[in-house]
Design a protein around this ligand. Structure first.
Ligand SMILES: CC(C)(COP(=O)(O)OP(=O)(O)OC[C@H]1O[C@@H](n2cnc3c(N)ncnc32)[C@H](O)[C@@H]1OP(=O)(O)O)[C@@H](O)C(=O)NCCC(=O)NCCS
Length: 144
């Protein structure tokens, strides 16, 4: 059985192994926990028996008009059971008071998001690969 929660309070790094599958330089569980705590809205899928986090989705928002969804991931061994669908549904419900909800995804995943009423769009992005495992300090400090 999977439980869905909306806070990282009480979550430990031991519950956060196995994410960022396939990333050459993945964030550590400590960095992952920091990312979750610093996000504006999160949904976590937790396996009831093991207490392990098996899926997560995050959003960054101004709480006025816009939100961006940077991360959605379900652990490989838990995929194909509807957990990703639930995480997206919970997140879109939580953001439903906003005008713009954006994310980037591969073409093969567009049908997955279209089922939630999302539509295809063009976008741009930049990646600083040196920082793939996480910035050591908040971006505002970085900017000086
Ligand atoms: C994308 C992801 C979160 C989906 O999680 P999941 O729990 O396996 O998804 P669900 O079981 O809810 O799948 C819902 C539907 O989407 C489809 N789907 C899931 N992943 C898909 C993929 N990669 N490509 C195409 N369709 C996909 C499923 O076939 C399923 O369809 P069905 O209802 O007809 O069976 C998961 O594959 C994942 O973590 N991938 C790696 C990270 C990633 O790509 N994240 C998205 C970043 S934009």
């Amino acid at each position: 059985m999977i439980n869905y929660i909306f806070t990282a309070k009480g979550i430990s790094t031991e519950q956060l192994s196995g994410f960022f599958d396939g990333w050459p330089n993945p964030p550590s569980p400590e960095t992952h926990l920091r990312l979750l705590k610093n996000s504006d809205v999160i949904v976590l899928a937790i396996a009831q028996e093991t207490k392990r986090v098996v899926g997560f989705i995050t959003a960054i928002t101004d709480h006025v008009l816009s939100a961006y969804i940077p991360f959605l991931e379900v652990l490989p061994e838990y995929r194909g059971r509807g957990i990703g669908k639930e995480l997206v549904a919970f997140m879109l419900e939580r953001l439903s008071n906003l005008y713009m909800i954006d994310l980037l995804c591969d073409q093969e995943l567009q049908a997955f998001y279209a089922r939630h009423g999302m539509v295809e769009a063009r976008g741009m992005m930049k990646r600083n690969y040196d920082n793939q495992s996480g910035s050591p300090f908040p971006s505002s400090e970085h900017a000086g």
